[in-house]
Design a protein around this ligand. Structure first.
Ligand code: AMP
Ligand code: MG
Length: 493
């Protein structure tokens, strides 16, 4: 038995398709080794689904891989080149503190990027140190896994290790590395980079690679314009993704085009946070002074970002530039409608509605207006409607709300499905728990300042089942105590 364990291998099963792309797309480079790696958390269910052996990952050799101190056989680490519009301004970027270790092929034959975030300086680091701090890496772990449990497409977190080294921000902080798993790290910014500094041949190679990797069904050579199909699919996925964010009150915080994944996953958990009281103007990020990435602006910014993607694709859409622009514009014109359709069908589900009536949008809007007026908690309002327990809050006591409630009940009665069926639909559409800011902070404080990871583990446990209404979860539904200071998030770089 012991012998068996000793010989157990992590079962990394690598293939490096990205490294086969033109050289200008990346820089081959090994991570910078760290002083004394220590495993803080390992995502065992994720490891299993990747075909990895958790026991072997926990050994010294296993942990050294997460730290960048050991390169497993078959890996070919590289830093990816990309660009991006950061708060509207175009910049040359790239993996400044991350490396693509390799791509893991799972037992089901799926391909996932294995990325080390915080693994040391690269040629794209500019003035950064290439490192990351424990708090922000655990924060990404918690929120990305919460998003996954909510059923929202996202990159995932396999492990966090501490490095045994300090990093200097305003203060000294413990260094850490997150192992991130993504269907790919292809971004709108990757296309922007090649469109700006590469050749048309390279752009075609990137688009072909993307089609093969993510959308093989669209990748048929023939009459249809495959690159237009790619554009349409990316638009469709962004519209769907952002609608899902809106439906749970998720604010990404830094929707720069380098943080927009071509596969439609949520990526780059920097200053993101969930909204408490409903207000479209909500912004948490300390650097978003203009509210560009405010909750209510996210759908619009999603459209702006896919427009940047379309611009990058223009040379492939048609050889005649004017015609290419017309093709792109036509594709882009579907974004708003796709977004609204996704959002409204999600909102119908949140209110237990199966069928469609023309007045549904105004029913939803009136509820949202009331929530805004009365500063009602976004998650708890829908949770209360779901369990039909309208606690004593200012909004629920208001006469205007009683009127809305009556309208809603009448609307519910105009569908065939029973009340029980409606409630079921609402239960599966309205999470009881989300990673509330004060809970996340509490978990990070215990972990980073006291080396106590039990608070985070309990939080992760609760968040892994967001649609269950278990008694243990009730504690995690509470809103934060009133504070004079608005909640602020930081990029954590
Ligand atoms: P982000 O805000 O995480 O999306 O990062 C934006 C850009 O800054 C990316 O090119 C990152 O690789 C780079 N970057 C962020 N933090 C660091 C750091 N500590 N060292 C080097 N580059 C960084
Ligand atoms: Mg980024």
């Amino acid at each position: 038995m012991t012998d068996n364990k000793a010989t157990q291998q992590p079962a990394w099963n690598f293939d490096n398709s990205y490294a086969r792309l033109p050289e200008s797309f990346f820089t081959l480079l090994n991570p910078t080794p760290v002083h004394s790696p220590k495993l803080i958390i390992l995502n065992e269910p994720l490891a299993t689904s990747l075909g990895l052996n958790s026991q072997a990952l926990r050994t010294i050799e296993g942990v050294e891989v997460f730290a960048g101190n050991r390169i497993p056989e078959g890996a070919q680490p590289l830093a990816q080149a990309y660009a991006g519009h950061q708060f509207g301004h175009f910049n040359r970027l790239g993996d400044g503190r991350a490396l693509l270790l390799s791509e893991q092929i799972t037992p089901l034959g799926e391909r996932f990027d294995i990325q080390l975030k915080g693994s040391g300086a690269t040629p794209y680091s500019r003035r950064g140190d290439g490192r990351a701090a424990l708090g922000p890496m655990l924060r990404e772990y918690i929120i990305s896994e919460a998003m996954y449990a909510l059923g929202i497409p996202t990159t995932r977190s396999l492990a966090v290790v501490t490095t045994g080294e300090s990093i200097i921000r305003e203060i000294e902080l413990p260094g850490a590395i997150l192992t991130r798993v993504a269907t790919s790290h292809l971004r709108v910014g990757t296309f922007q980079y090649i469109a700006q500094w590469g050749t048309e041949e390279e752009l075609r190679a990137l688009a072909d690679y993307t089609l093969q990797r993510h959308y093989p069904d669209l990748d048929v050579v023939g009459e249809t314009n495959r690159y237009l199909l790619l554009l349409q699919e990316v638009i469709k996925r962004q519209a769907a993704l952002i609608a899902q964010w809106q439906l749970v009150g998720f604010i990404h915080g830094v929707m720069n085009t380098d943080n927009v994944s071509i596969s439609g996953e949520t990526i780059d958990y920097g200053p993101c946070a969930f909204m408490d009281a409903y207000d479209p103007a909500t912004v948490f990020s300390s650097i978003d002074t203009q509210g560009r990435y405010a909750y209510g602006n996210q759908p619009y910014i999603g459209g702006w970002n896919v427009t940047r993607f379309a611009e990058s694709l223009l040379p492939l859409l048609h050889e005649d530039e004017t015609l290419a622009v017309t093709i792109a514009e036509e594709a882009l014109s579907s974004y708003t409608e796709l977004y609204e359709r996704n959002w409204l069908s999600g909102m119908r589900a949140k209110l237990g509605l199966f069928n469609e009536e023309p007045q549904d949008k105004s029913l939803v809007d009136s509820l949202l207006n009331l929530m805004k007026e009365y500063h009602a908690d976004f998650t708890n309002t829908f949770r209360a409607l779901t369990i039909d327990k309208l606690e004593d809050t200012v909004m629920f006591d208001a006469a205007e709300f009683a009127q809305w409630h009556e309208l809603w009940q009448t609307r519910l009665s105009r569908q065939q499905e029973s009340k029980g069926e409606s409630q079921e639909l609402m239960r599966s559409s309205n999470p009881a728990v989300i990673p509330r800011n004060h809970r996340v902070e509490e978990a990070l404080e215990a972990a980073v300042n006291r080396g106590d990871f039990s608070v985070m583990e309990r939080l992760l446990e609760v968040l892994s089942n967001p649609y269950e209404l278990t008694p243990e979860q009730v504690d995690f539904c509470a809103m934060p105590a009133e504070s004079n200071m608005p909640y602020r998030t930081f990029c954590g770089t």
